[in-house]
Design a binder for this molecule. Structure first.
Ligand SMILES: [Zn+2]
Ligand SMILES: [Zn+2]
Length: 326
């Protein structure tokens, strides 16, 4: 893996006031039941530390039983997929009641809370004309530019910082990939400049910024499929083998991006009813053990896994399953 993200993380970890907590707690909420998320809860049983060989990683701070919910992670950024844009909440990706589908031209929110929380960036977004940008993305089958647009609107609205994803590892981009992004960037920038936003508010919106954000989203975004079904059932089964519905959107989580990969993972992410990700133990985990998730489909054979991990994430997997040739 390239060193730069590790160095960036190392400096982040050693900043005063962040050294012990790594500022994790605003990103996650801990709960043992769905309804206790609002309560004052103990901190999640995890810590971030450097591993021997794979840079930073997430470790358990106590024994965790198979099937336990380890923590919930809120997205730093999420956006519905185009196919679900009128059927899920524009903010949290929760499925909307069928009656809300009656105005197919509009996006909707699942609650006043979601609407209120998205007000700032939604106001910015609504001022601009996105027809050219949307058409371009739709024609080219692009999903990640919508996440960049949302971040740009959040930055303009003052609810996010332009460097908020900088801590994440970027994908390696070829010159060809970069030249393709230039068109999307021009359409995005154009839509904003046409609504006469003051220059200082979009000074961050350079081609370099666009490419750097997209490079991070490409490697760190999760495709969200809502598991549906009963929450208790999901938690009681050690392995969530629930039939997932089609993807409702994509999201980026700072915390989840700190988890390393394993083709035989001990933890697993599920989405039950919205973009809040739930990290679940797949087997009994010892105190101090590294928690690892699988970035790809575990059922693939070794060759396919190695290929996908190298192409998509830029590393050669040396997990014990790969080393055993399984
Ligand atoms: Zn919502
Ligand atoms: Zn592996």
């Amino acid at each position: 893996m390239p060193l730069s993200p590790l160095l960036r993380l190392a400096s982040y970890l050693t900043k005063p006031n962040r050294a012990n907590t790594f500022n994790l707690f605003p990103l996650i909420s801990f709960s043992t039941t769905a309804s206790s998320e609002q309560n004052h809860s103990p901190p999640p049983p995890i810590r971030v530390a450097l591993t021997d060989s794979a840079g930073r990683g997430v470790f358990s701070t106590r024994p965790i039983a198979a099937g336990d919910l380890i923590h919930t992670a809120k997205p730093a950024l999420c956006h519905p997929s185009l196919s679900a844009i009128h059927s899920v909440c524009y903010s949290c990706l929760r499925k909307l009641p069928i009656s809300n589908h009656s105005q197919p031209q509009r996006v909707s929110f699942c609650s006043h809370d979601c609407q209120r929380r998205s007000n700032e960036y939604f106001d910015v977004e609504m001022k601009a004309n996105w027809m050219a940008f949307d058409d371009y993305c739709r024609t080219h089958g692009l999903k990640y530019p919508f996440l960049v647009r949302r971040l740009a609107c959040m930055v303009i609205a003052g609810v996010a910082k332009s460097d908020s994803l900088d801590i994440l590892q970027p994908a390696n981009l070829t010159p060809n990939m970069i030249s393709v992004m230039e068109e999307e960037f021009a359409l995005l920038r154009n839509a904003f400049t046409k609504i006469f936003i003051a220059d200082e508010h979009i000074a961050f919106l350079t081609k370099q910024w666009y490419i750097s954000v997209l490079a991070r989203i490409r490697i760190n975004a999760f495709r969200i499929e809502l598991a549906g079904g009963l929450y208790e059932d999901l938690l009681s089964s050690a392995v969530a083998s629930v039939e997932a519905e089609a993807a409702v959107g994509n999201a980026v989580y700072i915390l989840l991006s700190l988890y390393n990969h394993d083709c035989d993972p001990n933890a697993h992410i599920i989405w039950v009813d919205n973009a809040n990700a739930k990290l679940k133990a797949l087997r009994d985990i010892d105190e101090g053990e590294e928690l690892r998730i699988c970035y790809i489909d575990t059922s693939l054979d070794r060759h396919a896994r190695q290929e996908l991990l190298y192409q998509g994430f830029g590393f050669q997997c040396n997990c014990s399953r790969c080393l055993q040739g399984d």
